[in-house]
Design a protein around this ligand. Structure first.
Ligand code: DC
Length: 231
């Protein structure tokens, strides 16, 4: 059977990565979380003082981009690939509220997007990949055989994110998480370079009221149909 490329885009906390991991496991494909790449670049900018809530030295930061080395390494225990920033595992550090609050700012920079898109396209060269993000079906792989666009109401997404953060021991309040979700929706959808939008040929999946099992079944049907169409 021919390998395909599956592009999953959509708003934050719509369960893109959960779905992408399930599909990759089932199909034996590689999973790439592009949000983790933008988050790791943001962490670098934060750690090196280029960005904070009140300032962003874009020009100086862009000149440092070649010092940032990103890699994914498969963790057999967790059964997924974790992200390394200059050889350090930063999987946990990139998911803090501090990084979440700055990532949309950093990912709006065209030079950052150019570098990361190039790396993502290289990773997907051989197909057999599930990639999730905001511009995968529109910019990174416009030729992907299957494109999904995930949505859910902001309140439901904020509740999911809040539960995740609380479960890992972070001290957050729901209102703060909802505000972050809404702010990121706005910045991601309104930036000039590669804004978040549904590709014309993407299939929209609103999972506000779908269980994980129902969603998985629905999407696996779409995958099967796409694979059959390739034969
Ligand atoms: O998927 P996530 O919530 O971890 O992504 C974090 C941020 O990264 C998101 O708010 C926007 C940005 N992003 C992007 O601009 N393009 C992508 N392909 C993936 C993420």
């Amino acid at each position: 059977m021919q390998n395909i490329t599956i592009a999953i885009d959509g708003f934050s906390s719509t369960g893109k990565s959960t779905l992408a991991k399930q599909l990759a496991k089932q199909l034996g494909y590689v999973y790439v979380d592009t949000g983790a790449m933008y988050r790791a670049v943001t962490l670098y900018a934060l750690q090196n003082g280029f960005v904070s809530e009140t300032h962003f030295d874009v020009n100086e930061f862009v000149m440092q981009l070649d010092k940032i080395h990103l890699a994914f390494k498969f963790n057999p225990k967790l059964q997924f690939s974790e992200i390394y920033l200059n050889d350090i595992n930063v999987e946990k550090e990139i998911r803090t509220m501090e990084v979440s609050a700055l990532v949309s700012k950093v990912s709006a920079v065209p030079e950052v997007r150019y570098q990361l898109v190039k790396q993502q396209q290289a990773m997907g060269k051989g197909k057999g990949i599930v990639m999730d993000g905001r511009d995968i079906g529109t910019v990174v792989f416009p030729q992907a055989e299957l494109k999904l666009f995930m949505t859910a109401s902001p309140e439901i997404r904020a509740q999911r994110r809040y539960d995740e953060l609380i479960a890992r021991g972070d001290e957050v309040n729901y209102e703060e998480v909802l505000k972050n979700v809404q702010e990121r929706d706005y910045i991601d959808s309104n930036r000039e370079d590669s804004p978040l939008m549904k590709a014309e040929d993407a299939i929209e999946v609103d999972n506000s009221n779908l269980t994980l099992e129902a969603q998985y079944e629905k999407i696996m049907n779409l995958v099967s149909m796409t694979l059959e169409g390739q034969e």
